[in-house]
Each structure stands twice: as structure tokens, then as C-alpha cells.
Design a binder for this molecule. Sequence first.
Ligand code: MN
Length: 326
Amino acid sequence: MSNTETRPEEVRCTSGTAPDGSHGHPAVQILEPRDVPLGGVRAMAVRRTLPQRARSLIGAWCFADHYGPTDVRTSAGMDVPPHPHIGLQTVSWLFSGEIEHRDSLGTHAFVRPGELNLMTGGHGICHSEVSTARTTLLHGVQLWVALPGAHRDAPRAFQHHVPDPVEHSGATVRVFLGSLCGETSPVETFTPLLGAELLLPARTDLALDIDPAFEHGVLVDSGTVGLEGTALAPAELGYTPPGRARLHLTNTDDAPARLILLGGEPFDEDIIMWWNFVGRTHEEIARAREDWAAGRRFGEVHGYGGDPLPAPPLPNIALKPRTRPS
Ligand code: MN
């Protein structure tokens, strides 16, 4: 997925919570989504919870888009032309539908429900993503992982993994990155991370053993999910800080609930996100933009029927500092 905002601002991302003026520290911080159109005439909109003013990172997770279910027979669906990435990995995870992925490594793959597709951008990669004609309902998440400074230029890579679903207290758990419920994903990450899908049947009460060094985020797809007693509505992202060894999730409804659980050790580097790039300086971002415009660095996507996505103009202000709510 691409950030297709036409006037993206640079966002300085640091771990930690922006002061909100309130006293005390509730166990769960609720991050509300904002709607962002993906671009195009009958654009599909996504619900973005990361980054936002109150929080830009959960571990190295730096971007979270949730979309659908969208009937792509009556809308444009997803059609994201070739676009570049640096300094990050993209994680595609679907609940329904199918996306055709092509990248400048030469990868031609289909993203399908329950299957992890992870692309490493490193110094520069480009890719296209198009929902297929076989798709009726498109529904899933697109997540980005910031690469730590030591691995920011990691070689381009594309990995595919289908986790075996495991049962835990009635819930169905699919661990696509990291470890949970005795399952460990074989996909290596550059920082300690967790990514899993959990299906909670009606009336479920779940306790998960988690890494106390991790902070966590619960992104609700469907149903109402209780996180440490705080109710989260669909598309909301509930955050819990490090320091706990168990996470309590409940579904008090009579219908199943589905969520994505993200986790990671707090990412202690300041990064700048602009458009589809993660960098450390404005100059690094500006160079990547120039290289994309000049057809350098990122390689070529073959087989996409259309033009690459042009880079939006850089903002006039070199770096937009994180604004703090009064
Ligand atoms: Mn992308």
C-alpha cells in the first residue's frame, strides 16, 4: 500500500506518548482512526491509526491501515500503481479478497487471507498492489515496520508465510511475526516484534502471556473487544505500555470478534516519515524523492498496466515537529 495523500506532511516519530494534559495513566490508550482515501476516481478509503499525533510507533510498527470490507465489484477497489519505499518493511494481511503484488525484485505474488506477505524496502524498492478480478469483498490491514538504523539499507526481500492457526482458550490465533501462545513465526525481523490475528468467539475471556519488554496494540477489526477492561470499537487501536506479562482480552458480545495484535520493544530511534519513506533526516527523504522522480535507485515493476505513482511535492518546511496538544 502507498500513502496517497497529495500533500503529505513530514512526521517526526518518536516512541512515547504525547502529553495530553490529563493526570494519571489509564491502562489503555485508545487511538482513533482517521479516514484516508487511497486515491483514484472511486477511491477506496482506509482507516489509519498509526502514525497519529498521540502516538507514532508501537515497537517498530510505524503505520497501520485497516480497510474494508469493501465490495470491489461496485467500487474501484485497490489499484496502487508502482511506488517506492525506503527504510521500512510492508506487512500485508487480508481477511478476505486477493491482491496481486509486483515488485522491483521481480516478485509476482498474490496476497491471500491468512497469509503473511512481507516486503523489505531497505535502501529502495518499488511495488504495485491491485485487487484481483476474483475478489468480491476486500478486507484487511496494511502495516509498516520501521527498520532500525543498523539495517536501514537492508537488501530488498520478499517473504511469504502461512501460519498454522492455533487454539487458545477458544480463540483462534495466527502468529505471523514473533511468538505468541507457543507459536513462533519463522520470518525474521530486525527488531523484536509481534504480529498476530486473533478470532474471539462470542463470550470469550482470554489471558495471553506476553513479553513484558513489549508495548502492545490491539487493532479491532470486528466486534467490540475489551482490552484490560477498556472497550474498543471496530477500527480503534488500543495501546498498552511495556511492563505487563499478561494481556486480558474479552468479547462480551453474542457475535465473534476479530483483532490484530501488534507488539514490540519500544523503538528508541527518532525517525521521519514522509509519503512512503522512513528516514532519519530531511535530506535523506529529499534524495529518495529525487531518485524516484529521476528513475534511479528503486528498480522497475514489470507487468503493471499503467504509470508509476508520481511523488507529491515536498513540504516547504523541512521538518514538521510533532505538535503537542495544549
Ligand atoms: Mn507500498
